[in-house]
Design a protein around this ligand. Structure first.
Ligand SMILES: Cc1cc2nc3c(=O)[nH]c(=O)nc-3n(C[C@H](O)[C@H](O)[C@H](O)COP(=O)(O)OP(=O)(O)OC[C@H]3O[C@@H](n4cnc5c(N)ncnc54)[C@H](O)[C@@H]3O)c2cc1C
Length: 396
């Protein structure tokens, strides 16, 4: 019997993780990606234990370890004086999995390598999903190139892993566009060495009125990934664009000297306007949504890619379990089970991330109450409060 065939729109972190998870379970997978080249400069990513565990189960643990920095803890500091408000030890919990940071391109690259090395995966670039139709046997997905060449691919199921502005989501009937949140993320990669950047294996979060910053080492400690979030009145054109450092001057003037020094050493900035969107129905018939296509998350818990990786694992698990019974209706049942397994968790992460944004940016005197609550929690309190997030494991 031929291997059941799944088509995935989008070869981002979520789409590639799904392809690898499915191919490792014996599926034949076609991944179709709109772009022709990959690569995002100036961006790092934290992989928290919930997602780190999935990558290890996909046999990618060693590849990640080679390019990532293992982090011990998260430290929260006050923007204006750098005083410590809280810290959370990581790498603990009932089944410890590593907490790591790396360049996004490194994570994407190792997923791409894994996908290319697996015989069950066909990767097509330069074609975007245009249409999808449910059929008796599953679904057909039509992809089109910029020059108008099209290809229609039949499959048991279509997985939309095509990001925030997902065409697949539109095709499932959800036409509400993402909404600008009033936040901008300024990202820079700062070379370490003599500029005050700390190579300590930790994530530092600085909270201040109307702004916050996050930094952590990547590239084996040779660089620090720095992100500054500030409030903005309107989304500016382009989802990623070069940033003029002069626009950060007012924010940094009141920052503690260490953060100012780190920001001053940034060779260039890239700016993202941050959008939000309610969670989608994650499955309709033989079409499923995954990652940002289903539930974009504000980056205030570092969970967008982590959730996409979790989605990939649950999707592969449900398809494997249901397809033992065979047929297109089994695929539908699998996708429905996947949506049910994911919906509460992804909605909770979205909600807590939004709440974190509000809490990080509080003005005086509300910030005093926040600081006191953080201090009272203590390291173990903070870790246990987040156990639901970091101790998630793929149900057997
Ligand atoms: C400042 C910032 C910091 C972040 N930090 C973290 C972090 O530390 N940890 C973490 O877990 N997450 C983090 N995130 C979130 C994370 O980057 C995203 O959630 C994650 O990359 C989403 O992956 P995805 O595969 O779902 O979507 P994407 O990465 O958007 O990939 C979608 C892919 O689909 C392709 N595509 C689009 N349309 C089509 C189409 N019609 N047909 C075919 N292909 C198509 C796109 O070209 C793209 O390659 C951060 C985000 C920001 C903005």
């Amino acid at each position: 019997m031929p291997a059941p065939h799944i088509v995935i729109a989008g070869a981002g972190i979520g789409g590639l993780a799904a392809a690898v998870a499915l191919a490792r379970r014996g599926f034949s997978v076609t991944v179709v990606e709109k772009r022709t080249g990959f690569g995002e400069t100036g961006a790092g990513i934290q992989i928290t234990p919930n997602a780190g565990h999935v990558l290890e189960a996909l046999d990618l643990g060693l590849a990640v370890k080679r390019v990532a920095v293992s982090l011990d803890r998260l430290v929260v500091r006050r923007w204006k004086d750098g005083s410590g408000l809280a810290e959370m030890p990581m790498g603990t919990g009932p089944t410890p999995a590593p907490f790591r940071a790396l360049r996004r391109t490194d994570l994407h690259g190792l997923l791409l390598d894994a996908a290319r090395s697996l015989p069950g995966i066909r990767l097509v670039v330069g074609r975007g999903l245009r249409e999808a139709a449910q059929t008796e046997d599953g679904v057909t997905a039509t992809f089109i190139s910029e020059s108008g060449q099209s290809e229609t691919v039949p499959a048991l199921a279509l997985v939309g892993a095509d990001g925030l502005w997902s065409r697949t989501r539109e095709l499932t009937g959800d036409k509400q566009p993402p909404v600008f949140t009033g936040y901008e993320a300024w990202r820079a990669m700062v070379p370490n060495g003599g500029n005050g950047a700390s190579p300590a294996p930790e994530v530092t979060l600085h909270v201040g009125q109307g702004r916050h910053a996050v930094h952590y080492p990547v590239s084996g400690g040779r660089e620090t990934n720095l992100v500054i979030i500030r409030e903005a009145t309107e989304a500016r054109e382009g989802w990623s664009r070069d940033g003029d450092a002069a626009l950060l001057t007012g924010h940094l003037a009141r920052a503690e000297p260490g953060l100012r020094k780190l920001a001053a050493a940034a060779p260039q900035w890239q700016v993202w306007s941050l959008f939000d969107r309610s969670p989608a129905a994650m499955a309709r018939g033989n079409i499923a949504l995954l990652g940002d296509a289903a539930h974009p998350v504000l980056p205030f818990m570092a969970q967008g890619a982590a959730l996409a990786i979790e989605d990939a694992s649950v999707l592969a698990h449900e398809l494997t379990a249901h397809l033992r019974q065979g047929g297109a209706s089994a695929a539908q049942a699998a996708l429905a089970a996947y949506a049910k397994a994911r919906q509460d968790r992804v909605a909770r992460v979205q909600e807590v991330s939004r709440g974190n944004g509000r809490a990080y940016h509080l003005s005086w005197p509300w910030s005093l109450a926040r600081d006191l609550a953080m201090k009272r929690m203590g390291p173990n309190g903070m870790r246990s409060r987040n156990a639901w997030l970091y101790d998630w494991r793929q149900p057997a």
